[in-house]
Design a binder for this molecule. Sequence first.
Ligand SMILES: Cc1cc2nc3c(=O)[nH]c(=O)nc-3n(C[C@H](O)[C@H](O)[C@H](O)COP(=O)(O)OP(=O)(O)OC[C@H]3O[C@@H](n4cnc5c(N)ncnc54)[C@H](O)[C@@H]3O)c2cc1C
Ligand code: FES
Length: 255
Amino acid sequence: MKRIEDLKVQDIRWLNSNSYVLNLSGSDAIQDIRPGNFAEIRVDNHPDVFLRRPFSYLDHDIKEKTVSFFIKAIGKGTKKLGTLEKGETVNIIHPLGNAFTIPESKKVLITGGGSGIAPFIMLGRELKAKGNEVHILTGGRTAEDILFTEEFREYGEVFCTTEDGSIGEKGLLTQHSIFSGKAFNYDMIYTCGPDGMMKAVASIAKARSIACEASLENLMACGFGVCLCCIQETTEGNKCVCTEGPVFNINELKW
Ligand SMILES: Cc1cc2nc3c(=O)[nH]c(=O)nc-3n(C[C@H](O)[C@H](O)[C@H](O)COP(=O)(O)OP(=O)(O)OC[C@H]3O[C@@H](n4cnc5c(N)ncnc54)[C@H](O)[C@@H]3O)c2cc1C
Ligand code: FES
């Protein structure tokens, strides 16, 4: 069930020069959160930020009633949220959107870049719990962008690429040797990140007839199907990413 809640900032943990984890406590909506869902966070005390900002959940803890978000500080709202202090109140609407499909006992590949890695800790945990063999591939510009490796390792085998070669294989995510090796026999691929990366992953999945789901990060305003600013063209007509996504089967997308 969707709720509007006032949560308390537990802490903000900066991971590198431009991204941080925001930990919030006091949520009663935790048990309804599924991997792939997102929240709309209100940015208070900024003269130019009127609309809430959407973020996927990084994680949640039902017992502790906490939720966390991995946020890249790219603009006015995300930079302002990064200045919150312990004990301050944050108003959020959540959980929103649909969730990833969780198969059982399959071999699956998770691919993520940029802030698109956020939903994959919860997804990896749930996939492992259902007996899936999980591989996680993340890509970034430099080693600084390769995050949550230890957390991902709890749920599967982890691989990475960086454009400068400072960690993992050098190149773009879709240039990783995983895509050309003999072991590229996945039943399902998940992707979230920059559009170009997701489209490249989707085209590999399509060429190999592998099921694939992409979590889209279209611009949003209301977050619950009213403003129509998040529309995505699909084979079944225009759909709202906030209510009918953010997770789409790639065969639905006109990519
Ligand atoms: C379903 C969903 C889940 C998301 N999950 C995460 C997450 O877990 N972590 C995270 O860091 N970000 C996530 N995003 C993206 C995040 O919502 C935007 O980065 C944020 O709204 C930007 O707000 P701002 O005020 O800082 O930027 P603004 O000052 O409004 O804009 C700064 C620049 O960023 C661009 N921009 C704004 N929104 C987006 C967007 N959605 N995608 C690409 N470019 C954008 C603007 O066009 C502008 O160029 C998600 C988006 C969606 C739709
Ligand atoms: S963000 Fe308003 S309809 Fe989707």
